[in-house]
Design a protein around this ligand. Structure first.
Ligand code: APR
Length: 245
């Protein structure tokens, strides 16, 4: 049984594709990890966007379409319960670009890989700001251009080879956390794969939840095997129980 949280604890939660799996959002690796025969690394890079913007937008348009019919699952709701319990001592960092955490009610949330439902200019030097966008772009002719500089618009997502968003805030939270809870992430994509090691070096207790051991499992104090939607309700109860029980 996991030790209950105390008034001194600060929790850093890291979520990956697995937390949304039970909502019907496919994970990246493992079964079903290919899209029309392409590996993710072939459609989620700046180079792919340069050579085939239509293909990249088709990929993200399909994901936007699918997002209309998915809803938060018990794992997303459990994280809101812990946030309500800990208040400002809670921080949620997600690698997911879906909006299921905010739909469930999470507030102290950082999308390190961006958001599916946002679009921005593809020119790095352009000062225009990303904007909310749920539209689908299925052909080259449909892809809009930036009203400020004329470059093609792209999904507001961190691709392979790009620097994730909000890293200053994330590193600060990793430095101060006493408990790191990682859910449904295979532990192979950096920098998120190293978060557990960083928190662990600072003395934090680290817990992993997912059906398989992650690649970085050696840095966790507890690995709880199972689907997040089934494991988390039990785990959260254990973490939030009074210290004398
Ligand atoms: N509950 C919890 N975990 C689950 C569940 C579930 N119901 N189903 C699957 N998983 C686990 C798998 O065992 C796997 O370890 O979720 C993990 C999903 O791993 P990946 O598909 O590699 O996803 P993730 O680690 O989030 O990928 C990181 O890689 O492609 C990039 O930018 C993309 O954000 C993504 C990043």
């Amino acid at each position: 049984m996991s030790k209950p949280l105390t008034q001194q604890d600060r929790m850093f939660v890291l979520t990956g594709a697995g937390v949304s799996a039970e909502s019907g959002v496919p994970t990246f690796r493992g079964a079903g990890g290919l899209w029309r025969g392409h590996r993710m690394e072939e459609v989620a890079t700046p180079q792919a966007f340069q050579s085939r913007p239509d293909l990249v937008w088709q990929f993200y348009s399909e994901r936007r379409k699918r997002a209309e019919s998915v809803f938060p699952n018990p794992a997303h709701h459990c994280l809101v319960q812990i946030e309500e319990f800990l208040g400002d001592r809670f921080f949620l960092c997600t690698q997911n670009v879906d909006s299921l955490h905010e739909q469930a009610g999470s507030r102290r949330l950082a999308h390190m890989h961006g958001r599916l439902m946002q679009t921005r200019c593809s020119r790095q030097s352009c000062r225009s700001t990303p904007f909310a966008d749920e539209r689908l772009y299925l052909s080259r002719a449909e892809i809009p251009t930036c009203p400020q500089c004329g470059a093609l618009l792209r999904p507001d997502i961190c691709w392979f080879g790009e620097v994730p968003f909000l890293m200053d805030r994330i590193f600060e939270q990793l430095r101060v956390c006493t408990v790191l809870l990682s859910i449904g992430t295979s532990g192979v994509v950096e920098p998120a794969a190293s978060f557990v090691r960083m928190a662990h070096l600072n003395g934090a207790r680290a817990i992993y939840v997912g059906p398989e051991e992650p690649a970085n499992s050696m840095f966790f104090d507890e690995v709880v095997l199972g689907n997040a939607g089934e494991v988390l309700p039990r785990l959260v109860k254990e973490l939030m129980r009074p210290a004398d029980q």
